[in-house]
Design a protein around this ligand. Structure first.
Ligand SMILES: CC(C)(COP(=O)(O)OP(=O)(O)OC[C@H]1O[C@@H](n2cnc3c(N)ncnc32)[C@H](O)[C@@H]1OP(=O)(O)O)[C@@H](O)C(=O)NCCC(=O)NCCSC(=O)C[C@H](O)C(=O)O
Ligand SMILES: [Mg+2]
Length: 279
């Protein structure tokens, strides 16, 4: 139980996990060394159907030297696929794994099945109309949620675009909050090296209540980190707010605007993000 609590705490804190395809073991150590705070080894969409068995078979040996050095999770194939059950058995056999990422998570039963079979915390990737409609029950049965924005856009026949997907992000943030989870992990920016876009997507994620982002290339880590860190101006504002209420006043004015209890919470959140960005 203590072990499960520790690994659940690790999963709570994940901010920028880097995906690496499960059939590219020569890249696993690079992924660990890249500076992400977790590595998601993918057995799902980054691995072609005819390569899945071999990828799974080689996983335990390839990960053995790395699991102590980093938080490593495996994204298994979805419930109902021919590979799902064997993926879970493989995960259960990898000592030190920090968790399992379940794609196309759609029900509490999907998540509970993975947790029971592996004994590991489950990150539920919500990426279908059904998963989004059931976000509350999925959150209740998982340790954390992540947003599969590309699959969701495809499932709904919508553009993979910020404004189009705003209601989905809102629904996920609500579900995570109601389940007492950390903020969800946002979806992928497909442009591998567009630093400005990656930072700006992360700022949008923060605005929508997200606490992390799925990363797919080492070059995305630094701009993503910058995007999640509050600006100097935000930090200075937060410090002015906290200084203004130090004497215990409930409502004061700062920079000509009202500050009361929820504004103080916001100021503390900004400083907490600054301190986690500073490491
Ligand atoms: C997208 C990639 C296939 C690009 O690979 P490549 O063209 O080889 O990139 P580079 O030539 O720029 O590589 C430069 C060096 O960086 C290393 N590298 C690249 N990517 C990774 C990585 N992910 N992990 C570790 N190391 C990486 C290369 O080895 C090069 O190193 P060196 O030779 O020493 O210079 C590739 O980036 C990739 O496979 N990315 C991950 C893809 C993946 O896993 N996708 C699944 C997750 S996406 C998702 O979750 C979507 C969600 O489900 C949804 O529906 O929204
Ligand atoms: Mg997907």
């Amino acid at each position: 139980m203590t072990h499960l609590n520790e690994t659940t705490e690790k999963v709570d804190r994940i901010t920028l996990p880097l995906f690496v395809p499960g059939d590219r073991p020569e890249r696993f150590a690079k992924a660990v060394a890249a500076g992400a705070d977790a590595v998601f080894v993918d057995l799902e969409d980054a691995v072609a159907p005819d390569a899945k068995e071999a990828a799974r078979a080689g996983l335990a040996e390839a990960l053995a030297p790395l699991v102590g050095a980093a938080s490593i999770l495996v994204r298994v194939n979805a419930s109902g696929t021919p590979w799902h059950a064997a993926d879970l058995v493989a995960c259960a056999g990898i000592a030190g794994l920090a968790g399992v990422v379940l794609p196309k998570a759609e029900t509490a039963a999907d998540c509970a099945g993975v947790a029971e079979a592996t004994g590991l915390p489950v990150i539920a990737l919500v990426e279908s109309a059904r998963g989004l409609a059931n976000a509350g029950e999925v959150a209740g049965a998982s340790a954390r949620m992540a947003f599969g924005s590309i699959d969701l856009a495809a499932d709904l026949g919508m553009a993979h675009e910020r404004e189009v997907l705003r209601p989905a992000r809102f629904a996920l943030a609500m579900a995570a909050r109601l389940a007492g989870q950390s903020g969800p992990i946002d979806g992928v920016t497909t442009a591998l090296k567009d630093e400005e876009l990656i930072s700006s997507d992360c700022r949008h994620a923060v605005e929508m209540g997200f606490a992390g982002k799925l990363i797919i290339h080492p070059a995305q880590i630094a701009p993503a980190r910058r995007g999640f860190a509050p600006s100097q101006a935000e930090c200075e504002w937060a410090q002015r707010v906290l200084a203004a209420v130090e004497g215990g006043a409930a409502a004061v004015a700062v920079d000509g605007a009202m500050v009361d209890a929820p504004v103080i919470i916001k100021a503390r959140q900004i400083l907490a993000r600054a301190s986690s960005a500073a490491g």
